[in-house]
Write a protein that binds this ligand. Structure first.
Ligand SMILES: [Zn+2]
Length: 241
């Protein structure tokens, strides 16, 4: 005989409560310790966008019928005023919004639109040979300083072959205002949660980052917190049942 064990409704509600407790506690802790973004990201994945064998497996769908979540606002700002990256400021993500969306559409909302490409990386200033457009920032930099910054990716200088770390601000600094034939990358709420949870130290750490991975590694943490904050509010408002 085949026996299938299912969780009871109260068992599922327990899981939900524990998940929300972890989120609330981590939201307090993350203010002083950014590494708790990883804890938040994993809980958000479990709650909002988990899959199992390619099929939807989110906790929210087990405890709510057709949940509807508040739309994010649609005010994109240019990162460092360069036009290379447009993003919704994470602290205002859920402001000024009165409408809601079903989970799937809610997860598919764009929060970052980027035109960063491998061409943008080519112009980054090389601290070893000085190549790259450095008119704005080169004078105060030395190799030690470059090595000590918090950076997620290394690039190789096309001129001298040296490898050095760069961050998003360096890429924007090197950007010359041209966006040519670049396949723009849109990053959704789902991308941020899943990428952060799966690749950024939630459940895995990848050694190689693509552009999307770089953007989420640099910018994702604030979104993770903002989404977590909203989710706590959402469940406290709908937690009658
Ligand atoms: Zn070089």
């Amino acid at each position: 005989m085949f026996v299938i064990l299912n969780r009871t409704e109260s068992g599922l509600r327990n899981e939900l409560n524990e998940c929300l407790q972890i989120i609330s506690t981590s939201l307090q802790t993350v203010k002083d310790n950014k590494s708790f973004n990883k804890v938040l990201a994993v809980q958000l994945r479990i709650l909002l966008c988990d899959t199992k064998f390619g099929r939807e497996n989110s906790l929210i769908n087990k405890v709510r019928t057709n949940p509807m979540l508040k739309c994010i606002n649609n005010n994109f700002t240019s990162y460092m005023n360069a036009g290379l990256i447009e993003f919704i400021q994470p602290e205002f993500l859920f402001e000024e919004s009165n409408s809601s969306l079903f989970l799937e559409a809610w997860l598919n909302q764009d929060v970052i639109k980027s035109n960063v490409s491998y061409q943008s990386l080519d112009n980054c200033y090389c601290p070893y040979c000085g190549s790259g457009d450095n008119s704005r920032t080169s004078n105060s930099r030395n190799i030690q300083e470059v090595q000590n910054r918090e950076c997620f990716i290394m690039i190789m200088c096309q001129n001298c072959g040296a490898k050095f770390p760069v961050n998003l601000d360096n890429i924007i600094d090197a950007y010359e205002g041209k966006i040519e034939n670049v396949e723009s990358v849109n990053i959704t709420i789902r991308d941020i949660i899943k990428n952060y949870a799966n690749k950024n130290g939630g459940a895995h750490i990848d050694s190689e980052l693509d552009i999307k991975g770089l953007l989420i590694a640099e910018l994702g943490g604030e979104y993770i917190q903002s989404i977590s904050q909203y989710i706590v509010e959402y469940f406290s408002e709908t937690e009658a049942g």
